[in-house]
Design a protein around this ligand. Structure first.
Ligand code: MN
Length: 253
């Protein structure tokens, strides 16, 4: 199973969550919300074959943490994965939207300057702005829109610029889900939990939420879970192959 957007470091016990992930055999992208959180979070996945750690600067924290962009650039050489980054246009964050756009573009430009990264992207109430920014920086790498909640027309635009999507239960249960899923190429979809925030928040890693997501997706695709799992596994392999081309090192040394 695959969970391409999970905040392992924000579980009450990250080590235990990582153990549970390993035991379930789930492939996880462990995203971070600030560059400062990256080194410690990367330690959690050390020696664990299925967990990769992403370097992030969450858009909801940009107004307080944009001073960490320099650290982001320095750490970018250590991982092929970036996230969570993006833009949030929700009521509490819209007043910082210009700063968010500027910072997002700086992060994309940093990814481009190191030859590209696999990026997990937040686009809540800002899917248009996010797609515009990504469209102008195609060389930043592979963008995976996490928990996409924009209109169908934006989903189509995102597909046109080569974006992927990671989908979880809240998204698959939303009103627009059927219309959106229909527009997304099956070979560009991965599953996610956004745990511990979404999908049964709690002390333990929500392994059941991943299987339920597979089942929900199978229903939209009109196939059985085994076929959905095969498709998702093949998608992950293709993505990892693309990631392998992105060189480590940040060009600073
Ligand atoms: Mn998240």
């Amino acid at each position: 199973m695959i969970d391409f957007h999970c905040h392992v470091d924000l579980f009450p016990s990250p080590e235990r969550a990582a153990d549970e992930i390993e035991r379930a055999g789930t492939y996880v992208l462990s995203v971070t919300n600030t560059p400062k959180a990256f080194p410690k979070t990367a330690q959690i996945s050390k020696g664990r074959k299925r967990i990769r750690t992403a370097l992030g600067l969450h858009p909801q924290l940009v107004s307080e943490r944009h001073g960490e962009i320099g650290l982001f650039r320095r750490l970018l050489g250590e991982t092929r994965y970036v996230g969570e980054i993006g833009i949030d246009g929700g009521d509490d964050y819209a007043r910082h939207i210009d700063l968010q756009k500027q910072v997002f573009d700086e992060l994309l430009s940093a990814c481009a300057s190191v030859g590209g990264r696999v990026m997990s992207i937040h686009s809540r109430h800002a899917s248009g702005e996010v797609i515009d920014a990504l469209g102008k920086r195609r060389e930043a790498g592979v963008a995976i829109l996490h928990w996409f909640s924009g209109p169908v027309s934006h989903a189509e635009r995102a597909v046109d610029i080569g974006a992927w999507f990671s989908v979880g239960l809240p998204m698959l249960r939303s009103r627009r889900a059927a219309a959106i899923i229909k527009k997304l190429p099956r070979e560009r979809i991965l599953t996610e939990t956004d745990a511990p925030f979404a999908s049964t928040p709690g002390e333990h890693y929500p392994t059941a939420a991943v299987s339920e997501t597979v089942t929900a997706l199978s229903r939209y695709w009109g196939c059985d879970d085994a076929e959905t799992r095969r498709q998702l596994r093949s998608n992950l392999s293709a993505l990892v192959e693309r990631a392998a081309v992105f060189r480590l090192g940040n060009g600073l040394n």
